[in-house]
Design a protein around this ligand. Structure first.
Ligand code: D5M
Ligand code: FE
Ligand code: ZN
Length: 517
């Protein structure tokens, strides 16, 4: 990108930019990713973009630009989001114990909290989809040489197949429609910012057809193939998903354990209090079981992926299934439970669809009125949020989109929740289907795109435990502390409550502890 390209990119989005800022961007190794990052993060009220909005001061020009693009722009935001404290180790004084784990740093790498740009205007939806397309297509673009749809449509003419240019072409589009022909082939309509095009996946191409049967609307996919004679359709030869690269390496190196939970549903009549108390006893080291006691000593973090309480008014007739009717009382009770946990353990809580924040995702962290019930070792983040636990990156997402994926993708079921999480990894998106059960707020920046690859993806919501590796990313669904509700009986959701995945931070090996028997 030269100076003119940079200038044009900003003008097209309605901003002016100072000459110094243009020079600064052009002097970096990857101006395009900086432009994208600035546009995603700039406050809409800014008219002229200056050096102060770029946030590159002091960066090593040789720095990997993929990192530059993913660093929060404001250093203030980064430092206030870092939690480091020395701790009280009550209950952990055993002389034979491993060195006491006292420093358990947490930093928040990405979170919607205090960064929401959305006021609900129509243009925001357009911006949201553009942002989604631009982030995901950029991932795919590094693997194929795609052209804009406009160039295919413009050159459309009878007999164009004979033109060598079009014997093999590639495009990247967002899926807007999936149809079947009478012969059973799939016709997929895709859009990019320049136009609409259709591609055909033949039934006889078994592998491609199987891949295409996993497509959902609004995901971004690359296709390579040949155009038909009239130039109106591409016969697909290769499908390129954003997916994870094959080269990412497995995490290793830190120490201690992270305990992953979700869907506690405090306040519900079906909350399994007895089993939960046994879990708290384990964390306090209050157990006769030596194996459990030794695991407890190594716990540094507890990560809670939403639905901390049952909430109120979530579904019709919920009051009949509540033991605590007031939502603040539910959080107060939850805080009492968490206060029993030794204070050196850092607890990270993100919300779910039963929690007291906006339902539209991404959701911000719980409000101050609720946060103040909890001790200082509890850190609140939004949903989704990526946190770094002393070198291990965990993407926390409650997982409401799993409902959509179960409904749309063959082979994905509530009993096997990590299969839905594999799809999220392949789409590089936590909630690909727009306008279904997940209500997505049109933020300027699509917070669901998996730009940075986490070491662990942690979801909940479906109340079943699952652990699976996908290309060196550990996928965990952390189950629930709620027994089957009447509602779940009717829709045949069979939970696996009171089972707790515990991850060894040194090698990401996972053990499931059972408090259900
Ligand atoms: O969701 C707990 C489980 O119940 C999860 O597997 C989804 C399922 N569930 C929740 N709401 C519905 C609706 N409306 N239809 C079908 N299945 C549903 P939780 O978020 O804890 O209520
Ligand atoms: Fe839940
Ligand atoms: Zn839920």
């Amino acid at each position: 990108m030269n100076e003119v390209d940079v200038l044009t990119a900003f003008i097209e989005e309605g901003y002016q930019i100072s000459p110094e800022a243009v020079d600064m961007i052009c002097s970096q190794p990857n101006p395009r990713s900086i432009v994208r990052h600035v546009l995603e993060n700039i406050d809409m009220s800014v008219l002229v973009i200056g050096l102060e909005h770029i946030g590159l001061d002091g960066l090593d020009p040789g720095l990997d630009t993929s990192l530059v693009a993913e660093k929060p722009l404001s250093p203030v935001l980064e430092s206030t989001n870092t939690f480091n404290s020395t701790v009280d180790t009550t209950g952990f004084q055993d002389q034979n114990a491993k060195p006491v784990i006292s420093e358990n740093p947490v930093s928040i790498l990405s979170d919607i909290t205090d960064n929401s740009t959305c006021v609900g205007e129509y243009m925001e939806f357009i911006q949201y989809f553009r942002n989604r397309y631009s982030k995901l297509s950029e991932i795919i673009r590094s693997r194929i040489n795609a052209r804009p749809i406009e160039s295919l449509v413009r050159n459309r003419s009878p007999g164009m197949k004979g033109n060598g240019d079009f014997s093999e072409v590639s495009v990247i589009g967002m899926i807007s429609e999936i149809k079947s022909t009478t012969n059973g082939h799939k016709i997929i309509e895709i859009e990019d910012p320049t136009g609409i095009f259709s591609v055909l996946v033949r039934m006889a191409d078994k592998e491609l057809f199987e891949q295409a049967s996993h497509f959902v609307l609004d995901e971004v996919v690359g296709f390579t193939g040949a155009l038909t004679n009239d130039g109106k359709l591409m016969i697909v030869k290769k499908i390129i998903l954003p997916d994870l690269p094959n080269i990412s390496t497995k995490k290793s190196g830190t120490f201690g354990k992270a305990v992953l939970i979700s869907d506690v549903h405090v306040g519900s009549t079906t909350f399994l209090e007895e089993q939960w108390e046994r879990f708290l006893d384990f964390l306090k080291g209050d157990t006769d079981n030596e194996a459990l006691a030794s695991i407890a000593k190594e716990v540094r973090y507890i990560v809670v992926a939403g639905d901390l309480v049952d909430g109120v008014g979530i579904y019709p007739g919920q009051d009949a299934e509540l033991s605590i009717l007031d939502i603040y009382d539910q959080y107060e009770r939850a805080a009492e439970y968490f206060a029993e946990i030794p204070k050196h353990i850092k607890i990270i809580i993100s919300p779910g669809n039963h929690d007291a924040v906006r339902q539209a995702e991404p959701q911000p962290r719980l409000p101050e009125r609720i946060r103040k019930y909890f001790s200082d070792n509890v850190i609140f983040v939004g949903n989704p949020a990526m946190v770094d636990l002393d070198g291990v990156k965990i993407m926390m997402y409650h997982g409401r989109s799993i409902d959509d994926l179960v409904a749309s993708v063959p082979g994905v079921s509530y009993q096997d929740p990590t299969k839905a999480m594999v799809e999220m990894m392949k789409f590089r998106h936590l909630s690909p289907m727009y306008g279904s059960r997940v209500s997505i707020a049109p933020e300027k920046n699509d917070h669901f795109v998996l730009n940075q690859i986490p070491d662990i993806l942690h979801c909940g919501h479906v109340h079943t435990v699952g652990v699976e590796w996908y290309k060196n990313v550990l996928l965990i669904n952390s189950g629930t502390w709620q027994d089957q509700t009447e509602f779940q009986k009717r829709v045949n959701v069979v939970p696996t409550p009171a089972q707790v995945p515990v991850v060894d931070l040194e090698n990401l090996r996972t053990t499931i502890l059972r408090f259900d028997e």
